[in-house]
Design a protein around this ligand. Structure first.
Ligand SMILES: [Zn+2]
Length: 411
C-alpha cells in the first residue's frame, strides 16, 4: 500500500513538473486569513465594510460615470524570461478594460440564461504616467532581484527590505507586483493574490506571476488570456469567490444576489450546465470562479454594484488620484503617431507629431523584438516585406515619451 502511495505521489509530482499548473489557484482567501490572524481587528473592519457596501447599494442613484483606476506595474525579475515586455504588460490593460466593460470578444460564450446578468461595470484602468514625485513614467517599474520566489503571507514582493519593491501611494495607485513565482509557506502553484479593501495601506494591491499576465509573450496556457488579473482585481474591489468559499457546503455566500448558489470551485472548462446546491447550473463562466481563462467571460450586475460600492466607500481616493488619464496611447506625454497602411504588406509608414531621436521596435505577437531602428525624422518608413502575416506591435520610445500600437501584416 505504501508503495502504491509513493508511486501515486511520484506521478502527481511528475505531472505537475511536466505540465506546470493546469488548475487555477488564487491565494486571496488564504492571504486574507493570514492577515486577520496577524491583526484580528481586520475581521471587524471587513464586517463594517459589508454594512457600508449594503448602505451604498441601497442608496445608489444609478450614476453611470466611468471610473478610471490608475495602475502601476512593478516587475521583479530574476532573468530575461521573467523581465516581461512592455507589450505583454500593456496587453493586460486592454484585457481588463474589455472584461470590465463587457467588450470582451467571448461574451458570445455566456449561456443565454446568464447573458441578461452580464454587466458593463463602468470601471476602467489606465496606466499611471506620473511617479509619486511627479516625474513621467510609462507605468512600469523594473527591479532586478536575486529571489526566484516571493512568499505570500510575508508579502515579500511589497517591500524593498524583503527583496521586493515598496508600494507607490496605494491611495492613488493600484499597485500590481509581477514576480517570478508566488509561494505560501514553501508551497508553489499560486497564480496571484489580492488584498481586500480595508487592509494595511503598505501592502495594498495585487501580486501575480509573470506568466499569468496579458495574452502575449510569457503568458502561459491555460492562463494566457489575462483573466488572472481580472479575477484578482475583482477581490481588490471586494468581490468574493462565486461559490462563497464554504468548501462545498452550499451555506456560504459571495454576498451577491444574482449569482447562483454554487457548491465549490470549478476547474478547467466544464460542460454547461454543471449543477450544484439545487441550482440550474453553476455560473462557472464568472471571472470569480476557478475555470480556465478561455472559459470565463462575465461579471454580473450584482458584482458590478458591489465593486462600485467598494470604490465609493473604501477606495474613493483612486477616483481623484489624477496620476493618469483615460487613454494611455493618446496621453499627452505619450508619443503621438499613426501607422499606415494598416493592414500593410511591404512597408509601414509612421507619422510622428514630433521628431526626437526615436527608438522604433517592431514586436511580434510573442513580444519578441523583430526590428529595431533609430530615427530623427517625423516620417519613418519600415520595410515589412519579410514579415509573415499576423499581428504586430510598433513600440516607440524617446527620452521622455513612449507609445505602442498594434498593426497587421497581410502579404
Ligand atoms: Zn480568487
Amino acid at each position: 500500500m505504501a508503495k502504491l502511495y509513493s508511486i501515486l505521489i511520484g506521478a502527481l509530482i511528475l505531472g505537475l513538473s511536466l505540465t506546470g499548473y493546469s488548475q487555477r489557484n488564487c491565494g486571496t482567501t488564504n492571504y486574507t486569513a493570514h492577515q486577520i490572524q496577524k491583526d484580528p481587528s481586520l475581521a471587524k473592519t471587513f464586517k463594517n465594510q459589508e454594512l457600508k457596501i449594503k448602505h451604498w447599494i441601497d442608496n445608489s442613484k444609478g450614476d453611470d460615470e466611468i471610473i478610471y483606476i490608475p495602475v502601476i506595474f512593478h516587475v521583479l525579475y530574476k532573468s530575461t524570461v521573467t523581465n516581461i515586455s512592455d507589450a505583454q504588460i500593456y496587453s493586460q490593460i486592454d484585457i481588463l478594460n474589455a472584461d470590465y466593460s463587457r467588450q470582451n470578444l467571448d461574451t458570445t460564450d455566456t449561456p443565454s440564461e446568464f447573458k441578461i446578468l452580464g454587466a458593463d461595470t463602468r470601471i476602467q484602468f489606465c496606466v499611471a504616467h506620473q511617479t509619486p514625485t511627479g516625474n513621467w513614467t510609462d507605468g512600469i517599474t523594473r527591479t532586478s532581484t536575486t529571489k526566484t520566489t516571493f512568499d505570500m503571507s510575508a508579502n515579500e514582493a511589497k517591500f524593498d527590505s524583503k527583496g521586493g519593491i515598496d508600494a507607490w501611494n496605494t491611495e492613488k495607485y493600484l499597485n500590481i507586483w509581477i514576480v517570478p513565482e508566488i509561494i505560501d509557506g514553501g508551497v508553489s502553484g499560486i497564480l496571484g493574490y489580492a488584498q481586500f479593501p480595508g487592509g494595511a495601506l503598505a501592502t495594498d494591491g495585487v501580486v501575480v506571476g509573470y506568466n499569468y499576465i496579458g495574452n502575449i509573450g510569457a503568458a502561459s496556457y491555460p492562463f494566457n488570456k489575462g483573466r488572472t488579473l481580472t479575477h484578482e482585481i475583482g477581490h481588490y474591489l471586494n468581490l468574493y469567490h462565486i461559490w462563497g468559499d464554504d468548501f462545498g457546503a452550499c451555506t456560504g455566500t459571495d454576498q451577491v444576489e444574482d449569482t447562483p448558489n454554487q457548491a465549490s470551485k470549478n476547474f478547467g472548462c466544464p460542460a454547461h450546465p454543471h449543477a450544484s446546491c439545487s441550482n440550474d447550473g453553476d455560473m462557472f463562466q464568472n471571472y470569480m470562479d476557478y475555470t480556465n481563462d478561455a472559459c470565463m467571460n462575465l461579471f454580473t450586475i450584482g458584482q458590478k454594484e458591489r465593486m462600485l460600492a467598494a470604490i465609493n466607500t473604501s477606495r474613493a481616493t483612486l477616483k481623484t488620484s489624477g496620476v493618469c488619464q483615460a487613454n494611455y496611447i493618446s496621453k499627452q506625454k505619450n508619443i503621438q503617431f499613426n501607422i499606415s497602411p494598416n493592414p500593410a504588406n511591404n512597408y509601414i509608414k509612421i507619422n510622428l507629431s514630433e521628431a526626437n531621436n526615436t527608438e522604433i521596435q517592431v514586436l511580434d505577437i510573442t513580444a519578441k523584438v523583430i526590428i529595431k531602428e533609430f530615427s530623427n525624422n517625423k516620417t519613418i518608413i519600415i520595410n515589412t516585406s519579410e514579415l509573415p502575416n499576423g499581428i504586430y506591435f510598433l513600440q516607440l520610445k524617446s527620452d521622455t515619451k513612449t507609445g505602442i500600437q498594434k498593426f497587421i501584416i497581410q502579404q
